[in-house]
Design a protein around this ligand. Sequence first.
Ligand code: AMP
Ligand code: ZN
Ligand code: FE
Ligand code: FE
Length: 281
Amino acid sequence: MIDLHTHSKVSDGTDSPSMLINKAMAAGITTLALTDHDTISGWEEARTALRPGMDLVLGAEISCQTEDGVSVHMLGLLFDPHFMPLIEVLDQTRDNRIGRMEKIIARMQGAGIEIEMADVLAQLSDGATLGRPHLADALIAKGVVKDREEAFSNLLHNNSAHYVSHFSPTPEAVIKLIKQAGGVAVIAHPYATLRGKIVRPTSFQSFVQAGLDGIEVSHRDQSVEERELLMAIVNEYDLIFTGSSDYHGEGKLNQLAEFTTNPAQWKKLEARADQRRVIRT
Ligand code: AMP
Ligand code: ZN
Ligand code: FE
Ligand code: FE
């Protein structure tokens, strides 16, 4: 079983990278990608925790925004972590997430919700990428909501009055950086309409021109109809298609390997990296 999209505590998952590795092995996963939001800081621990029997793919889920304001998540896999232009973009995004969180909190305070930055930071492990799930956890701790699900559906969703976006490069810029760093680029859950505005079908042409390798088709936030529409785009541009769990630990319902990637698709994708960077012990 191949699961190419998972999160750990170094962003908004709840398992440490080594716990994630252990759970993935116990679940029978044979190839696992670690793709924390805008950071590679979990790579070393994951590499150290790896044992024989599973291949590890190191990556990141990189936040992007189109020119017309649609939020896009780009999975970068197998890239060279020493390629500084890409690492600098991740650093800049993480920095910007702090000011953005302060703005969201100010809006919530304006609406009479008792929450402070310190409450949110208390939910974050050291150096982790700050995101709305940490704010959700702070609201749970304060008794405002019962779980992350309720926090997102009532207060934190993209169309909420409290929502503020953060600095993000365009998907095209990020795809080019991933490719320059020798990696492969797969757009994550592009048609997840329940999360908010989605990319226009016409945007894919420009992503492909920038070097997009694949589309995450099977994902719990995309309906059967949305997956069919994406498969038509995969076929139109001869792209690779993936399926993955987007596992976040306890914070979300997503279970490891609830969706997986076909081995033949993974083989094609892996072959597009400039070096064989899959880790195996
Ligand atoms: P941010 O990066 O701060 O914009 O927050 C986005 C994160 O929130 C992503 O990791 C999503 O997985 C997570 N998220 C989005 N919707 C929900 C939800 N309904 N319940 C829990 N987490 C969610
Ligand atoms: Zn997340
Ligand atoms: Fe995502
Ligand atoms: Fe994700």
